[in-house]
Design a protein around this ligand. Sequence first.
Ligand code: BES
Ligand code: ZN
Length: 869
Amino acid sequence: MRDAAPTTIYLKDYTPFGYLVDSVHLTFDLAPNATRVTSRIAFRPNPDALDRQFFLHGEQLKLIRATVDGVEITPDVTETGLTAVVPDAAFVWEAEVEIDPGNNTALEGLYMSNGMYCTQCEAEGFRKITFYPDRPDVMSIFTVRINGALPVLLSNGNPTGKGDGWAEWNDPWPKPAYLFALVAGDLITHPGQFTTKSGREVELNLWVRPGDEGKCAFGMEALKKSMKWDEDVYGREYDLDVFNIVAVDDFNMGAMENKGLNIFNSSAVLASPETSTDMNFERIEAIIAHEYFHNWTGNRITCRDWFQLCLKEGLTVYRDAQFTSDMRSAPVKRIHDAIDLRARQFAEDNGPLSHPVRPESFQEINNFYTATVYEKGAEVIGMLKRLVGDEAYAQALELYFDRHDGQACTIEDWIKVFEDTTGRDLTQFKRWYSQSGTPRVSVTEEWTDGIYTLTLRQRTDPTPGQSEKLPQVIPVAVGLIGANGDETMPTTILEFTQETQSFAFEYTVEGWRLQGCEGPERVSGANPPKPTASILRDFSAPVILEHDQSSAERAFLLAHDSDPFNRWQAGRSLAEDTLIKMILTDAAPETDYLDGILAVLRDSDLDPSYRALILGLPSQSELAAMMHEQGVTPDPMAIWTAVETLRQVTAQHVQDLLPRLHSETSIEAPFSPDAEQAGQRALGGAALALTSRLDGGAKAAEDYQRADNMTLQLSALSCLLRAGKGEQELNAFYDRWQDDRLVMDKWFGLQVAMSAPAETADIVSHLTGHPDFNWKNPNRFRAVLGALATNHAGFHRADGAGYSLLADWLIKLDPVNPQTTARMCSAFQTWKRYDADRQALIRNQLTRIAETPDLSRDTTEMVTRILNA
Ligand code: BES
Ligand code: ZN
């Protein structure tokens, strides 16, 4: 059905709803194509509201009957909801509607996946279940009865009764409708148990389809660890008798934090060593933690309106990152997050889709679950913590939970707890929430009379709707390193608040320190050598650092920086510099890079996962962004060629070390998905990729045969495909795993990811014709078309085959699943970086999508924003 005409919603227009909801009773009579939903809702006028219009959201609902205080009424129903005349006092609303979950392919509201009923209500899906004020500031207590001939019937909160074909649930905690959930199916539980610190016994269940029982143990352990961690670190206890997680095969997102009943994309919860990679395990642990942590940051304290989305998402991403740092390696997590932020958020923030962490307007809220709201939103919290310190952060959070429990809040409420805790004025800091675009910080150094001065300059390019930018508060973590490689000034936070600001450092008996800070006196007459600066340590702010260091200085930092992030960054900068030179001038790879990498790889004292990261290269799309910033039009094939050459030369350069790396990373112990073994496998995999460049894949073929876990199996298969081999292995893989959906997603995706640029589009066409290509399943669709969009040189093939293929599929998916279609349109967001021919080809495809009759509101908004670049 066609969406309602697009309208723009503004933050500034917020007004509270005219009524409060005291209770909600829902009865579901489940039937695949005619589910009846009966609602009984107690309303009363909201004393804080001026507008008493009684409007309930409702979409794609068949209204059977409606009553107010038992008297039948005829509301005025439109495509988006209904209005009715109601008493100017408390009243009871009742309605019965019919919905069709069996034909709900959009996977929003109540839908079916493999015979199982499930819901997805965030952000605005509840209105597809029944008429309701579907907005997060309307919170109420829900009681649910499910009638259906399925063995497992679940909803939010605690179970209050069940019998043959029915179950009842009560959720004592007031919540907005977006946290409502219902699941009904033939499911098996992997049970668990947790005792909270105050002694509450909580029953845990991970519900899966028969056949998936063997993939639950890891998720269950991750849940228990998350529950314990939130008690230990944030003092947050769980607040119901049961916590249920359900795995669903058809799901638009990763997972959803419905109160007491989290629903997960099966790819985000099911794991076993045979079928999941180390990366899968780490992601699953993080997502389970994330959704669990929402119980406090999101559910107990929710958002006033969807503009405040970062209030729950930014904070919860920040919390799950802290959790992963504690469970695994903090530096490795930080580096992964920085890589991810630069790849996705910087691309978004420097293109047509740029928007503030707290947007000020939207047409379709589903389009704003973005890297900016999530990842930059989390970075903003990290900066706040750096600025106020760990102790004040902990106090501010206590105050936040205390003051706002049970409320629907705003960013202003959040900032206020920090102001009240610390007495600081955070007015300037708030610009991080309102100003879009990535700040660029450029650095110049001065060295006179033994005083070392860093001058920082910040600027943010104009972004859509925001031409003027004001300076932001940027915490810049800096350390200084002496000529012998020893640190002579430990990490110091510079509070960088002006457009241009200088920070002078002087030499004392205890080394260097920031002038004007408390500490020992300057040693006058001493003649210290000029220190080397390590700037933006631990990636202390989400900015682009422009620091013209020589290759020698970078190599020095790569060898000596005590900050693991910046040590890695030094290697990354060397790689970027050398690649850009190779692309632009056909230069040979620089020895500073090659020798620096070799030295790090040789250092067996370093964590293997860290050494694996040092071998990483910037993505081809990031290289394109860098060239574009430097005023050069990127040529995807030239970038691809430079990366291939650098890989080949690196392999030769570290050749003698490879056997040692292989033996150092071979694991005798039984498989464990822990960080230690994962790190060894990551380094082993990186070494195998280099070895394969030298032996044509001989070792990879051997490894493939003896692989007893998915990480090794996939890394060996990738090497073979990269070497233009592996056809036989690919077939064997198919035969072995064809009945496992999640593994088959890998099989599809890998072939596209590893394809040579000239073949990518043909391989995608071929795979979309495969009988197992179920394009209505979001995981499978993303496995193939998502891999096309991220294979930079393949997607940007000069004849436009990649563009038209993606556009064909987006046009086909849109009427079926607008949400997933719209998200994938972002593949085109960087189009203005490329040459005129490619731009014309992309514009044609975007226009073709935009002109598709009955295009969804979701996709319309995305293509219009991208086209208006
Ligand atoms: N609340 C979201 C899920 C969601 C997103 C619902 C968009 C509706 C629309 C959930 O908490 C979430 O953020 N999930 C992430 C994973 C997480 C680890 C960042 C996801 O699904 O990708
Ligand atoms: Zn979330």
